[in-house]
Design a protein around this ligand. Structure first.
Ligand code: 9GP
Length: 801
């Protein structure tokens, strides 16, 4: 392949782009201008490996992976690319020559917040690992004009503002104005001899934008293709000529609404028409695109499953089943059974939650109105399921269309060759609960792939001190082979190594301390234990339990300030879905508790509470390396996996957690002595439901009772004593996530943590062992598992060995 890097240093490329792409001279350039110039210069370096990977994929005609996801929570891209390409020193030096700080430049980039939380960030880690492993793959998603909302606090209340990541030029993507597909909605289906003809009433176009995704040192580079909705007709000239400008722009507005904004709900779905349109929009465009690519080289549609593996990330792209069948039947002329078999051989489905409210189900009437042809096909797929159910002689009763709703989980399961959960516990619960009937009918379909995180961003990028220590101690291979971290395990008994490891932690804590003082004006002591819970605010994640424990600890300190308290700073971070009132009430309570504690001179530095607004990927990159304690305290059985828990352990934080999701595997890896496990197991949680009375648990716990009374009497909201009653009312009426039942166990575990942290040598040992035994949680391992057990694909890098 021709080398497009051309010659020249990164410095000369930055100079070139500052002038030619940004149109500025160094003396007039702002930080944003420098960022844009650096981004262009770095992107240039990706072109050769990108073309090369594409060329090899076509030349070798091997099976490809298509990862369909409504969300890709990428965060910042520039610094990650610089790291991947090994350009950090060069970039720093080039900018320093103009007195420009690299950290300021990369920090200027807005997060690409095209996701809500764990599911979207997992997809981003998977993209990184697919490239790192050299597996030919495309990510497919939506190019939302506005990502996840920006959060601020006003008097402790969450306020939401539209996010605007595309306001400045977005320098990573390539607009493909020629790559367009029609996406239909509504209309009629007529029978035309053998086949059906769907005539949509509305058509929008999906236009592609491509972002290269480099693997480590760009040895392989895949593509993230995001779809943006465009009108078929720019505007209506007749109304425009009459001066009716709003009406003239109506087609444009209507179309662009589809890709305008990310739905801000995490783990809960609301049956909104626009959401269904978004799902179909990106799924149909992606399937049309991959079929075009496949057909350019293969005449035989039956070969599709041997050349293409499609992964449906949650049920959001579950319409892929009927849509692929529709394309195979209505566009390519296959019969239903042949089309179903091909689709089912090609599609796979990952389930990410068992929470009933998050399992998508669309009204048949809505589905029929928006996608009439698909509704017909869903009924045929349901007949196929009925046939298999009957043949299985299991006596189970399961349908896709039930009670006037299309159950998207059942649809995705029926149309998929393999279905996976995201941690061992979650996969077992899938088999026992939500999918037990389908599991009985298709016993070989469900398997587990425990989630993972990319070590490139989550250690190498965000924790330079640890990166350097690891490089000095075990060499650099751990970046691509995280199991190498095991080699530091024996050093947990080496005081010198432990001291260096904790010096890195201390430096990260100092960085965070400065950041908190700068951004929030709160002074914290870097020697205190940094105890961090960062994730979406949701009742099942139990930030409320953490807040109540914080208030209880403050009471204990006030009672006996002279005791030997282990100083703590409790960090909270996370957004609540704008319509999730109970979660927003919890945010306000946390902020009020923080205000009261932080201003109490009796408590002083023994306890501080910090809740920075607008938690996002970039903030996680500052918080996680500085954590001593990782809070993973969800009600057992409710958190499918978690990935934050893995990032913390990898960066040497010790977990306090329940036996939920991947915490179970973290415990198995790091060992019982290096984690604080408390609370009910998933079985015990279900066992405790019958006859559960919150008040009984409160009555049995003087510590919890005191805090509840304080909240009731307005201790934390003196000017407005009833402010937090809704939180109490919900807790007493419906403590579904069993905060009260687990509270005392949590309190006791926290006191053990206090003792553990006070023993600094013992704590250092635990911290080192957490990092040493986190190799299993690399997303490279996860992706290798998908490649071997689900997709049947292999690395193209292997060919060169
Ligand atoms: O809640 C799960 C989280 O536990 C998991 O780590 C993540 C990635 O698998 O997916 C989350 N699920 C969702 O966001 C919605 O299904």
């Amino acid at each position: 392949m021709k080398d497009f890097d051309a010659s020249g240093t990164l410095a000369s490329a930055i100079d070139f782009h500052l002038a030619h792409s940004v149109g500025k001279t160094p003396d007039s350039a702002s930080i944003t201008d420098w960022r844009l110039a650096l981004s262009r210069a770095v992107r240039d370096r990706l072109i050769t490996p990108w073309f090369d990977a594409t060329h090899q994929t076509y030349a070798k005609d091997r099976k490809r992976v298509y990862y369909l996801s409504m969300e890709f929570l990428l965060g910042r891209i520039l610094e990650d690319a610089v790291n991947n390409l090994g350009l950090e020193d060069e970039a720093k030096e080039a900018l320093a020559a103009y007195d420009v700080d690299f950290v300021d430049v990369v920090g200027d980039e807005p997060d690409a917040a095209l996701g809500n939380g764990g599911l979207g960030r997992l997809a981003a880690c998977f993209l990184d690992s697919l490239s790192c492993l050299g597996i030919p793959a495309h990510g497919y998603g939506i190019r939302y004009a506005h990502g996840l909302f920006r959060q601020s606090f006003e008097d402790g209340r969450q306020m939401e503002m539209a996010e605007d990541w595309l306001r400045h030029q977005h320098n990573w993507e390539f607009e493909r104005s020629e790559c367009l597909y029609d996406i239909g909605f509504g209309g009629q289906v007529t029978e035309n001899g053998k086949s059906a003809v769907w005539t949509p009433s509305d058509i929008v176009m999906a236009q592609a934008y491509d972002t290269p995704v480099p693997g480590w040192r760009a040895s392989w580079t895949n593509t993230l293709r995001l779809w943006s909705a465009k009108p078929r007709q720019i505007f209506d000239l007749d109304p425009f000529n009459r001066g009716e400008y709003m009406q003239a722009a109506a087609p444009e507005v209507l179309a662009e609404t589809i890709s305008r904004v990310l739905y801000p709900d995490d783990s809960t779905e609301i049956g909104k028409e626009l959401r269904l349109k978004q799902e179909f929009f990106f799924t149909s465009a992606s399937l049309q695109d991959l079929m075009r690519r496949f057909l350019a080289h293969n005449g035989d549609l039956r070969a599709l499953p041997s050349k293409v593996a499609i992964q449906m990330n949650d049920t959001h792209p579950a319409i892929a089943g009927p849509e692929l069948i529709r394309q195979l039947m209505d566009v390519h002329g296959l019969g239903f059974d042949a089309a179903f078999d091909i689709a089912q051989g090609t599609l796979h489905y990952t389930n990410h939650t068992l929470l009933p409210e998050a399992l998508e189900a669309w009204e048949v009437s809505l589905m029929g109105a928006i996608l009439p042809r698909h509704m017909q096909l869903i009924e045929r797929i349901d007949d196929r399921l009925a046939r298999d159910v009957k043949a299985s002689e299991t006596g189970v009763n399961t349908h896709i269309v039930d009670n006037g709703k299309v159950n998207m989980g059942t649809l995705a399961f029926t149309c998929a060759r393999k279905v996976n959960g995201v941690s061992a516990l979650h996969t077992n619960l899938m088999k026992q609960t939500v999918f037990s009937d389908l599991h009985a009918v298709y016993p070989d379909r469900i398997l587990n792939q425990t989630n993972g995180v990319t070590p490139r961003r989550w250690v190498h990028g965000c924790n330079p001190g640890l990166r350097n220590l690891l490089n000095d101690t075990i060499g650099t291979e751990w970046v691509r082979d995280l199991e190498q971290l095991k080699r530091i395990a024996p050093l947990a008994d080496d005081p010198d190594f432990c001291q260096r490891f904790m010096a890195v932690k201390q430096e990260n804590k100092r960085r965070l301390t400065d950041w908190v003082s700068d951004k929030l004006g709160v002074d914290i002591a870097p020697d205190a234990m940094f105890d961090i819970q960062i994730k979406r605010i949701h009742e099942y994640k139990r930030q409320l339990m953490n807040a109540l424990e914080t208030a209880a600890l403050a009471n204990a300190i006030r009672r006996d300030p002279g005791a030997a308290w282990t100083p703590r700073v409790k960090f909270f971070g996370g957004k609540a879905a704008p319509a999730y009132i109970d979660a927003k009430n919890i945010i306000r309570l946390i902020n009020d508790i923080a205000k009261s504690i932080n201003n109490d001179p009796v408590i002083g530095d023994r306890l501080k509470v910090v809740y920075p607004p607008n938690y996002n990927v970039s903030m996680a990159e500052i918080l996680i390396p500085a954590a001593d304690l990782s809070e993973q305290i969800s009600t057992a059985g409710k958190e499918a996996s978690g990935t934050g828990n893995m990032k913390f352990a990898l960066n040497g934080a010790v977990t306090i957690g329940t036996l939920d999701g991947a915490n179970v595997e973290i415990r198995d890896c790091v060992g019982d002595d290096n984690i604080y496990i408390f609370g009910m197991t998933a079985d015990q949680v279900e066992g405790a439901r019958e006859g559960y009375v919150t008040q009984n648990y409160i009555d049995q716990s003087p510590i919890l009772s005191e805090v509840i009374d304080q909240i009731r009497t307005g201790f934390y909201s003196p000017g407005d004593p009833t402010r937090h009653w809704p939180v109490l009312e919900k807790l007493l009426r419906d403590d579904y996530f069993m905060v009260a039942a687990d509270f005392d166990a949590y309190w006791d575990a926290q006191r053990k943590v206090d003792e553990g942290f006070a023993d600094s040598d013992g704590w250092a040992r635990m911290a080192v062992l957490n990092t040493a035994h986190s190799g299993w949680f690399s997303s490279d391992r996860t992706i290798q598992g998908y490649a071997d057990d689900i997709w049947g694909v292999s690395s193209l890098l292997e060919d060169d060995k």
